[in-house]
Design a protein around this ligand. Structure first.
Ligand code: HEM
Length: 491
């Protein structure tokens, strides 16, 4: 009998705890997405049934309120839908939302703890100020020759495989790793030239989004930081990061031996590592360098791949882009910095790719103190996670009519002005936006200019239409890759 009482008491206690936890939003009068048992709103994501991109869109579409309370497991998170409120969070009242709600544990994962993306308040401010000049347009121009070498390797690679049906993500990833290794670390990784490149192998392993352990770690970093402490999870794969750290270390040692601190080994440029070794201790910089390596290569390669995918499905857009690229090349005789920026249609195409395929389906912040939304009078507690539903905003027909359609015309000079601010956020917004935006756009456009000039990309029976997003991946990735035929253009 006593056991039955104890059991009932236990059940009552559990019910009480459940009610207490999952009434966080209702007790504050905030409209909320009903949690599924103890899993909250992201059960399908955790169970790998749906991609986060789709789940965020579904919740965004279910409501029309300025914000929605959701639970990620037991963690209350505020999804902010209103562009006006986003302006406050991301820009106007940035100081109250300076940090991201991500795990930070120096002893478990020194690389993540030292990355700009994860750094908190004062440390972040110091780091951002030091790193920003590295991404100036002056520095980009200096790096352009290195980037062009990689773009030439890309065309040579495609030349060899012309006529074949390729999985393009694999090829563009090689290009991105070559560029980042070369510009950032002065290391020639030769991924495009050498199918067995060690750097490529470890760059893939570093953030292998297909492995369960990696995707569990990444999910925990963003949504259940406690798991990082409990299971001692690292954001990047340990074996791969050890290998790459060792490789960069030997690069630095060689530089020091030759007394070339601020020029990259491959020759010309005052690269990221070069300019940074002077301002921090080497080991700390290695950790930051590695974080850049991982931030850069997937974002760039996926943006190029999704663009090529849409161009293969939309030959008219592809032809128009090729015409602009050829005319610009004929005028400049080269893809100089100015030539790349002169191509308006290329810019429209890339923007439309970033709208339809925002690689990170959401942005995240947290309230560093209590904060009252003047518009509604609602006071947000300290330390609550904020989720910016980029996937929802980019597909909201009010901001982007006929959102499933790939339509670069949305981004003509005239139409751009009609897009309400804070509804197009591929690189985030405000002081904590993407620091690599200029770099990412330049190398993406360069790859597209070089390839579109000389090749056509064609849909085949193996091209997945529509794409089926891989639910295990944090980024947008098609389950079966992105396949298309590449054909040399007759000059
Ligand atoms: C097409 C390419 C890229 C896209 C779409 C992209 C997207 C983003 C987004 C959405 C954020 C979050 C911004 C926010 O929270 O407001 C971000 C942050 C960041 N990105 Fe990128 N990114 C790209 C390329 C790169 C590259 C090439 C690098 C480095 C070489 C880079 C380094 C970073 C870093 C360090 C942050 C954190 C900034 C901070 O917290 O201060 N990204 N990126």
């Amino acid at each position: 009998m006593f056991a039955v009482y104890l059991g009932c008491l236990g059940l009552l206690l559990l019910y009480y705890l459940y009610q207490k936890t999952y009434s966080y939003w209702s007790s504050r009068g905030v409209p909320f997405d009903k949690p599924f048992l103890i899993f909250g709103s992201f059960f399908d994501v955790a169970a790998r049934k749906k991609h986060m991109f789709d789940v965020i869109r579904e919740i965004y579409d279910k409501f029309d309120t300025p914000y929605v309370g959701i639970y990620i497991l037991n963690q209350p998170t505020l999804m902010v839908r209103s562009p006006e409120l986003l302006k406050k969070i991301l820009v106007k009242d940035f100081d109250k939302f300076v940090d991201r709600k991500v795990a930070l544990n120096e002893s478990v994962d020194p690389i993540a703890a030292n990355a700009l993306f994860n750094a908190k308040d004062q440390m972040w401010r110091g780091l951002r100020a030091k790193i920003s000049p590295v991404f100036s347009s002056g520095k980009m121009k200096l790096m352009l020759p290195l980037m062009k070498e990689c773009a030439e390797d890309l065309t040579a690679h495609l030349e060899q495989r012309a006529g074949e049906t390729l999985e393009v993500r694999n090829v563009t990833k090689k290009y991105a790793v070559d560029i980042i290794s070369s510009c950032a670390f002065g290391v020639n990784s030769y991924c495009l030239k050498d199918d067995n490149s060690e750097i490529m192998k470890f760059a893939t392993k570093l953030v292998d989004l297909k492995s369960f352990v990696r995707s569990f770690s990444i999910f925990s970093y963003f949504f259940i930081p406690k798991f990082v402490d409990i299971f001692r999870l690292t954001l990047l794969d340990k074996v791969a990061s050890d290998y790459l750290t060792q490789m960069f270390k030997s690069t630095i040692a060689e530089r020091q031996k030759k007394n070339i601190m601020s020029t990259s080994l491959v020759g010309v440029v005052d690269d990221i590592l070069g300019s940074c070794v002077d301002c921090q201790t080497t080991s700390k910089w290695l950790l930051k360098a590695l974080a850049f390596f991982s931030a850069g290569n997937d974002t760039i390669s996926m943006t190029i791949s999704f663009t090529l995918y849409e161009l293969a499905l939309n030959p008219t857009i592809q032809d128009r882009l090729r015409q602009e690229v050829k005319e610009t090349f004929a005028k400049h005789g080269d893809f100089s910095y100015d030539a790349i920026y002169e191509m308006k249609y290329l810019d429209m195409v890339v923007n439309e790719t970033l709208r339809k395929y925002p690689l990170t389906s959401f942005l995240n912040r947290k309230s560093v103190s209590k904060y009252t939304f003047e518009e509604t009078g609602f006071t947000l507690d300290k330390d609550v996670a904020i989720l910016v539903p980029v996937a929802g905003l980019h597909f909201d027909p009010e901001y982007f009519p006929d959102p499933e359609k790939y339509n670069p015309e949305r981004f003509t000079e005239e139409n751009k002005t009609k897009i309400p601010p804070y509804t197009f956020l591929p690189f985030g917004e405000g002081p904590r936006n993407c620091i690599g935006q200029r770099f990412g756009l330049l190398v993406t456009k360069l790859a597209l200019a070089y390839t579109i000039k000389d090749f056509t990309f064609e849909r085949t029976a193996t091209t997945a239409v529509p794409l089926g997003l891989d639910p295990g991946s944090l980024f947008l990735e098609n389950k079966t890759g992105i396949h298309m035929k590449v054909v040399k253009v007759q000059q």
